[in-house]
Design a binder for this molecule. Structure first.
Ligand code: SF4
Length: 66
């Protein structure tokens, strides 16, 4: 089974802070760039992560298999 992880495209992210609110275990806003980043401690992709993907207003989050 490949691992699924979330990725944020910084060119698309507008720093709206939705994904850290929806899935705070996975996403946080970078203090310097004000763009979302995936935490090093992020748990496996789960329902909250999927909700964050569809909640992102710019489609900046994708789920990739590694
Ligand atoms: S929901 Fe999308 S635009 Fe908003 S902070 Fe997260 S990645 Fe950026």
């Amino acid at each position: 089974m490949p691992n699924k992880t979330a990725k944020v495209d910084p060119d698309k992210c507008i720093g709206c802070n939705t994904c850290p609110l929806v899935d705070p275990d996975t996403f946080e806003l970078d203090n310097d760039t004000f763009k979302a980043i995936v935490k090093a401690t992020a748990p496996p992709v789960n329902e909250k992560t999927e909700t964050a993907v569809v909640s992102c207003p710019t489609g900046a989050i994708s789920i990739v298999e590694e």
